[in-house]
Write a protein that binds this ligand. Structure first.
Ligand code: G6P
Length: 369
């Protein structure tokens, strides 16, 4: 009903706007009052498992799998533990190697996805420690795991996941920081910076939500596009995948996410003046590299919408449209940059009169194979 939507026309928009609040709920009780230390109880209670972990395997489906890819970057960079990310549906049928000192992390908003639950059951028999990151309290996957952390973002109704994704990424950031501190694999400076910036995220998200009118105008220009490409590198590569997934789920426009530098190995053949390209070119360690990828697109007359860090003037000269987001530590950029991508998909779908909250052929929770 209208009441449940809190005055918003769709649950999806309500859930996009809830994110500053849901991130606060997600970090509550996990960061000390001074804001100087973070620990997940699931990590604290099983320190030995994380200290002796030979490898971490992340299994999930859909949007949760995209969050898992960000988790891979975070855990490898900060904790120096090798990580693999697997689609649960593939993992469960390929007789994977799982060792007793591996940790299997599973991500699931609903906690009921059949393939993910089956992957967890498969891993149980191997003796690996299983850590669940779920939203729904008491769900099947939450119950089947040895330990875990809830994301605490509240019920997500829109089929296209928004606040659950940023909640999952937030838990993965806190998990990586907790484990890195235990392992002493992170510098005190980086630990402090990331923790400080994490606590700024709700405020930064509030600022990004103010871009709604600007993004709504941009959506009008691209409503009738037949294809879209989303590009990112590093921490933003999974964000590009997720941006493309949001658009295809709710607008039914064909969209692909790609690591920007891979374009030259095939997809660049698709670029002409009819091809909109959303390029994430924020201030991070791969910024310069991303810029040269954008130049390759512009040289072929692609229409580029770039997401940049505020104050950037160079990209503006190069591309067709620019969306500016506030500056934040590179590892936290996915939390901020996801919002304009969610809003862009939302407005395009609304312009096309799509059933935003209940897109055709999709289910919120896939409890069958
Ligand atoms: C379905 C939903 C997606 C979700 C995926 C995994 O396909 O439509 O939004 O990402 O399942 O769901 P889970 O509940 O396991 O995160």
């Amino acid at each position: 009903s209208q009441l449940e939507k809190g005055g918003f026309p769709h649950f999806m928009l309500k859930e996009i706007y809830e994110q500053p609040r849901t991130i606060i709920d997600c970090i509550r009780g996990r960061i000390n009052p001074e804001g100087t230390d973070v620990i997940l109880s699931g990590v604290r209670d099983h320190q030995d498992k994380f200290l002796k972990a030979g490898r971490i395997i992340i299994v999930a489906c859909g949007t949760s799998w995209h969050a898992g890819l960000i988790g891979e970057h975070l855990i490898e960079e900060l904790c120096r533990i090798p990580v693999e990310v697997e689609y649960a549906s593939e993992f469960r049928y390929r007789n994977p190697v799982i060792r007793p000192n591996d940790i299997v992390i599973t991500l699931s908003q609903s906690g009921e996805t059949a393939d993910t639950l089956a992957a967890v059951e498969l891993a149980r028999n191997s003796g690996a420690f299983i850590y669940g990151i779920c939203n729904v309290i008491g769900s099947s996957i939450a119950r089947a795991t040895d330990s875990g952390s809830y994301i605490h973002v509240g019920p997500e109704i829109g089929v296209a996941s928004t606040k659950a994704f940023t909640g999952q990424v937030t838990v993965l950031i806190m998990l990586a920081l907790s484990v890195a501190k235990l392992k002493k694999s992170i510098s005190p400076e980086l630990y402090t910076t990331m923790l400080h910036d994490l606590q700024q995220i709700p405020q930064l998200m509030e600022r990004v939500l103010k871009l709604d009118t600007e993004i709504c105008d941009l959506a009008k220009i691209f409503t009738y596009a037949h294809n879209f490409i989303y590009l990112g590198r590093g921490y933003n590569y999974p964000v590009a995948l997720e941006g493309a997934l949001k658009l295809k789920e709710i607008s039914y426009i064909h969209a692909e996410g790609y690591p920007a530098a891979e374009m030259k190995h095939g997809p660049i053949a698709l670029i002409d003046s009819e091809m909109p390209v959303v390029a994430i070119a924020t201030a991070d360690s791969v910024y310069e590299k991303t810029i040269s990828n954008i130049q390759e697109i512009k040289a072929r007359r692609g229409k580029v919408i770039a997401i940049v860090t505020e104050g950037n003037e160079d990209v503006r000269k190069m591309v067709d449209y620019v969306i500016e987001i506030p500056r934040v530590d590179e590892r936290l950029i996915p939390l901020v940059v996801s919002l304009p991508l969610q809003m862009l998909a939302y407005h395009i779908a609304v312009n096309k009169n799509r059933d935003v909250d209940r897109p055709r052929n999709l289910a919120k929770s896939v409890t069958v194979e």
